[in-house]
Design a protein around this ligand. Structure first.
Ligand code: FMN
Length: 359
């Protein structure tokens, strides 16, 4: 089994990954005071450093970008210093780590927003979804539509956070364009009813995602910039009437920017892979750089898809929560430990750093 390409080194931009197994971004709601990653976070990520690449939990680019309690940020000096401990710990074990940068947009709650203000969105359309706030799941708040003249500052928040990521020792940045958060809210017409140049046509709806990605790539280099998308996922109550042409266009534009990887959640995030028809192979063949597939993969599907040339890398999410040594277990064909759903969001070491490796 260990002679499979999935267990062999892979070149990603200027990096050599030890293998093609990627740890997917996983929000765990354990940041401390000032939304700084906790000391435990360094242990947690270092335990998983045998992944070819770790993508961090979603990390907000500003105070306004937060939508769940106790998620870490990357916009203060304390947060940068906290993340530096994480990246040092991962690098000391020979691992590689990108940070996933997000803005939640309308998936937030007034109790998390600066000044108790309404969350922001492309349009004032409330999502029928809940967020984790005040130690429980509660309906998201009614958002307000962003003014046209607010958008440059938003792009700037991502650019600054990308610069901060490099200061914190990250190997690169993943722009979170998936799962119903702000950038995807602009892309998908179920959440975007704007009539200005950020709404309506496919080109207009893609504009903010592409501007953010261009700003990040310009700041840190396209070879250190990846993008995550989820073309048909209904996560966080999002919908899109024309995902195929929409994402075909986005991929063409990402080619022009030269970003190093395209991370695609195939199907409904954490749910059925066939939730709606979509031609992922068309995206894969259109995209010139590295394709990173995710959602519901096991070793068989991953090795199959790599063998067929349908993907370069595969990201595993839930399996990494309860199997810090996932790479070793897969290569030994060892059983995987189940995760405890009660300890996913919030809390301390239990269900976070206490899942054992096989001895
Ligand atoms: C606890 C948990 C937290 C997650 N947090 C994030 C996140 O911060 N950013 C993101 O893009 N996806 C997030 N996801 C989605 C995962 O990255 C992944 O797409 C999903 O689990 C499907 O992959 P899997 O079948 O290998 O688990 C999260 C999923 C879970 C279960």
């Amino acid at each position: 089994m260990t002679d499979q390409p999935i267990f062999e080194p892979f070149t990603l931009g200027a990096l050599t990954l030890d293998n093609r197994i990627v740890m997917a971004p996983l929000t765990r709601n354990r940041a401390g005071k000032g939304l700084v990653p906790s000391e435990l976070a360094a242990t947690y990520y270092a335990q998983r450093a045998s992944a070819g690449l770790i993508i961090s939990e979603a990390t907000q680019v500003s105070a306004q970008a937060q939508g769940y309690q106790d998620t870490p940020g990357l916009y203060t000096a304390e947060q940068i210093a906290g993340w530096r401990k994480v990246t040092d710990a991962v690098h000391a074990k020979g691992g590689r780590i990108f940070v996933q940068l997000w803005h939640v947009g309308r998936v937030s709650h007034v109790d998390l927003q600066p000044g108790g203000n309404a969350p922001v969105a492309p349009s004032a359309i409330r999502a029928a979804t809940k967020t984790f706030v005040n130690n429980g799941f509660h309906d998201v708040s009614e958002p307000r539509a962003l003014e046209l003249d607010e958008l440059p500052a938003l792009v700037e928040d991502f650019r600054q956070a990308a610069a901060n990521a490099i200061a914190a020792g990250f190997d690169g940045v993943e722009v979170h364009g998936a799962n119903g958060y702000l950038l995807e809210q602009f892309v998908k017409d179920g959440a975007n009813q704007r009539t200005d140049r950020y709404g309506g046509t496919i080109e207009n709806r893609a504009r903010l995602l592409l501007e953010v990605t261009a700003a990040v790539a310009k700041e840190i280099g396209a070879e250190r910039t990846g993008v995550r998308i989820s073309p048909v996922s209904p996560a966080s109550d999002i919908s899109c009437s024309d995902p195929q042409p929409q994402y075909d266009y986005i991929v063409e534009q990402l080619n022009a920017l030269g970003v190093v990887y395209l991370h695609v959640v195939e199907g409904a995030t954490g749910g059925p892979r066939d939730v709606a028809p979509f031609d992922y192979d068309a995206l894969r063949s259109r995209f010139k750089q590295v394709y990173l597939a995710n959602n519901g993969y096991d070793l068989d599907l991953a090795t199959d898809r790599i063998a067929q040339g349908k993907t370069d890398l595969v990201a595993f999410g839930r399996a990494f929560i309860s199997n810090p040594d996932l790479v070793e277990r897969l290569s030994a064909n060892a059983p995987l430990a189940p995760l405890d759903p009660a300890t996913l969001y919030g809390g301390g070491a239990k269900g976070y750093t206490d899942y054992p490796a096989l001895t």
